[in-house]
Design a protein around this ligand. Structure first.
Ligand SMILES: Cc1cc2nc3c(=O)[nH]c(=O)nc-3n(C[C@H](O)[C@H](O)[C@H](O)COP(=O)(O)OP(=O)(O)OC[C@H]3O[C@@H](n4cnc5c(N)ncnc54)[C@H](O)[C@@H]3O)c2cc1C
Length: 434
């Protein structure tokens, strides 16, 4: 028996068997071995979900030995990779081809399969999450069959499996629609919360990728605007020394040290946050897209994130400001606010809805129960849809009301996994028992 835990330490498990396939036959063999043993089986990504969505005490499949490119179609700008490929490796592959992901989230540690399976997203009012960039999938289903799906082959399975929660089978390859590589100009600047809220829609619509961080015990935010520069314009990155000082030292090492101090002395949080937000300054640079999208997150935290209709963001934040002021303990981490375009993926938070995403965080080891509960009750009043990989307490009955295609998803699940081979406790809660 082996111990498994996620990045945040919020989920632990002891899988009885961990299969480590290096080819497609190995994945099929793992599925058959679990079924023959009368056990359930879960695919593991990089463990970056905060929920126990990947956790299992039965059979697990570690796909870290099943990575790299399978096929490149330059004419269609489509690249097919093996399921265990991390976003970091994928970006390296795409760089060499002069291609890029159209949009990404904050980090690149996730596997492509884990990232799409939970609906991982970045920001940008005209851009969907990573799963919207998927052109086709290949997966191994419960009876050991290898099936393909795309808009033209088994379209229902494709609508379900792009954000499939690992409930429909083990993805073996993912084909991605890419774009020519591009440079982003980044502008980061401090601003006051009220001012940002007053022009929130203009910012969301006027920039390719707009987001902001708000420190909940202050009225200060850090806004980030990332915009594509015309093709051919060379990048003007920050110097290595500035990157090291501003991202490595200040955002990770110094911030980590401050958080540890606040964990030991929470009463210092509010004054410290005021000092920290007063020293935020503007920075401008440009770089290859993924170097702008991706940041390093060395300070460990816990997180909950909900998608809410974009028109509700301002109200939700105002209610959250009132709720944060009443908490019996302080919050050390900022709140992150992003936006995304509607999509057509059945269990995507973006299904037929333009969203704002609001993510609350707390430093690892500090209390978060009351804070996250207050947050959840606010977003639940406006039909919030939780990120499948981030902490929330919703169950199948509530989620059915938030996702118009919930039952269609379950019907597809019944066809590819009639006996619940791929389920676990988390999926039993959010999808119901198979
Ligand atoms: C520091 C940090 C930053 C983050 N930033 C963002 C962000 O900017 N935006 C955002 O939306 N999310 C973000 N997340 C959340 C993260 O992107 C998701 O939780 C993502 O699912 C993690 O991918 P993973 O490879 O670690 O998958 P895991 O967490 O290991 O697994 C996630 C799910 O994918 C399934 N899975 C894995 N491999 C396969 C496969 N081959 N076939 C089928 N199912 C599979 C697992 O069974 C599980 O259900 C962040 C998380 C952390 C810790």
């Amino acid at each position: 028996m082996m111990q498994w835990s996620n990045w945040a330490g919020t989920a632990v498990a002891a899988p009885k068997v961990i299969h480590r396939p290096t080819d497609l036959d190995g994945i099929v063999a793992a599925v058959r071995a679990a079924a023959d043993a009368g056990r359930r089986i879960r695919p593991l990504g990089s463990g970056h979900s905060f929920t126990p969505i990947a956790a299992t005490d039965e059979h697990a499949v570690d796909l870290s030995g099943y990575t790299g490119v399978v096929d490149v179609n330059m004419a269609a700008r489509q690249v097919t990779v093996r399921a265990g490929t991390t976003l970091r490796e994928l970006n390296r592959i795409l760089d060499a081809l002069g291609l890029a992901l159209e949009n990404m989230g904050d980090i690149d540690k996730q596997t492509i399969s884990g990232a799409i399976s939970t609906g991982t997203h970045g920001t940008g009012a005209t851009f969907g999450g990573l799963a919207t960039q998927v052109a086709a999938l290949e997966l191994v289903t419960a009876d050991g069959s290898v099936v393909r799906c795309s808009p033209h082959e088994r379209p229902d399975l494709f609508a379900a499996a792009r954000v499939g929660l690992g409930a429909l089978g083990i993805l073996s390859t993912v084909t991605i629609n890419c774009v020519p590589s591009f440079v982003l100009a980044a502008q980061e600047a401090p601003d006051r919360l009220d001012a940002v809220l007053a022009r929130f829609d203009d910012e969301a619509e006027g920039n390719d990728h707009f987001e902001f961080y708000w420190f909940p015990h202050s009225d200060k935010t850090l806004i980030k605007r990332n915009n594509r520069v015309p093709a051919g314009e060379p990048p003007r990155p920050l110097s290595k020394a500035r990157q090291y000082v501003e991202y490595g030292l200040i955002e990770n090492q110094l911030f980590g040290a401050v958080c540890r101090m606040l964990r030991a002395a929470p009463r210092l949080t509010k004054p410290t946050q005021r000092v920290m937000t007063n020293v935020l300054s503007e920075r401008r640079y440009s770089d290859v897209s993924h170097r702008v999208f991706v940041t390093s997150r060395d300070v460990r935290f816990v997180e909950s994130e909900y998608a809410v209709p974009r028109g509700e963001v301002v109200n939700v934040l105002q209610e959250l400001r009132a709720a944060a002021a009443k908490l019996s303990y302080p919050v050390a981490f900022p709140i992150e606010i992003r936006v995304a375009a509607p999509d057509d993926i059945w269990l995507s938070t973006g299904y037929q809805r333009a969203n704002g995403y609001i993510a609350v965080h707390q430093f690892q080891g500090m209390r978060y129960d009351e804070y996250f509960a207050a947050f959840e009750s606010i977003v639940n009043n406006v039909g919030g849809r939780p990120h499948w990989g981030k902490m929330h307490t919703l169950g199948a009955e509530t989620l059915r009301g938030r996702y118009p295609k919930f039952d269609e998803f379950l019907a597809v699940r019944k066809t590819v996994d009639p006996d619940g081979l791929f389920t676990n406790d988390y999926l039993d809660r959010v999808l119901g028992q198979p």
